[in-house]
Ligand binder design. Structure first.
Ligand SMILES: Nc1nc(=O)c2c([nH]1)NC[C@@H]1CN(c3ccc(C(=O)N[C@@H](CCC(=O)O)C(=O)O)cc3)CN21
Ligand SMILES: CC(C)C(=O)C(=O)O
Ligand SMILES: [Mg+2]
Length: 263
């Protein structure tokens, strides 16, 4: 049975946690979906972990579409979410063109970095049959504007705006939200403020689900990793399939993330 946006909504309604991991190729899609992970993100993090860039800014729509098609061939029933690259949804026309390529490559949902100002985009995509996930908080494509990868929503006014934006995006028809590097208390408040599933990374165990980059889970990422990362390879005795299963189990039993992975 394939996972759909309705399955994830049911998970939130029933209080069952959602697990998500990134994948960029058929082999990992096979391993991750076979382990029972609910959703696979074809993330623009591939610009860093696959291509060796120092940010996600250089990634193109055609590259995400290529990796989405690779993942789709190895996938066994996980929901496929494709990242919309830098500026590829900056106008409604671009958002539609980008979604056309990603959905035809095999995506079930497109994920767009931004905030409340994406409400119109969400409405237009929904009308055209494209489910959306809006990535809020630390949006890595804005690293040049932020001046680094920094926690977002620490100031009261910014926190209130984020809650308001989450509600506006739900009202516009967004199917899910993703919060990255948002303080735990605010992440919990946003998750409780909307009816749609909220996936966290550096957010809170109280989110409806969690996502990590697969290389981080396997402990093979080059250089320093973020606070929210947990390497599941050690407890899995060096077995990749066991590490993926350990992640899925830890998300679903609520033991990941722990306080040390949150802000
Ligand atoms: N391997 C990998 N894992 C990721 O999670 C990831 C990527 N690559 N590439 C794209 C973005 C970049 N991401 C990042 C990168 C660094 C931090 C980071 O170092 N954050 C600080 C927060 C500092 C603060 O404001 O307190 C940290 O200490 O975790 C966070 C997210 C998440 N994404
Ligand atoms: C880190 C996750 C949320 C992401 O957007 C990516 O992998 O590109
Ligand atoms: Mg991304």
């Amino acid at each position: 049975m394939s996972v759909t946006v309705r399955t994830l909504q049911q998970c939130k309604n029933d209080g069952r946690k959602i697990s998500m991991l990134t994948a960029y190729d058929a082999t990992f899609a096979h391993q991750i979906s076979s382990a029972g992970v609910d959703a696979i993100l074809i993330g623009d993090s591939l610009g860093m972990v696959m291509q060796g860039h120092d940010s996600t800014v250089p990634v193109s729509v055609d590259e995400i579409a290529y990796h989405t098609a690779c993942v789709a061939r190895g996938n066994h029933g996980a929901l496929l979410i494709a990242d919309v690259p830098f500026l590829a949804a900056a106008t409604l026309e671009r958002a539609l063109d980008t979604s056309l390529k990603l959905m035809q490559a095999g995506a079930n949902v497109v994920k767009i970095e931004g905030a409340g100002w994406l409400a119109d985009t969400v409405r237009v995509l929904k009308r055209n049959g494209v489910p959306t996930c809006i990535h809020m908080g630390l949006t890595p494509q804005s690293v040049n504007a932020f001046g680094g990868y920094r926690v977002q929503g620490r100031e009261q006014s910014q926190a209130e705006q984020m809650v308001e934006d989450a509600r506006a995006l739900e009202a516009a028809g967004a199917d899910m939200l993703l919060l990255e590097c948002v303080p735990r208390a605010l992440s919990r408040r946003i998750t409780e403020s909307v009816g749609i599933p909220v996936i966290g990374i550096g957010a809170a165990p109280e989110c409806d689900g969690q996502v990590l980059v697969i290389q981080d889970v396997l402990g093979i990422t080059q250089g320093k990793t973020a606070r929210f990362v947990k390497n599941f390879m050690a407890e899995a005795g060096g077995d990749i399939a066991a590490a993926i299963k350990a992640y899925d189990t830890a998300v679903k039993d609520g033991s990941f993330p722990a306080a040390e992975h949150c802000f």
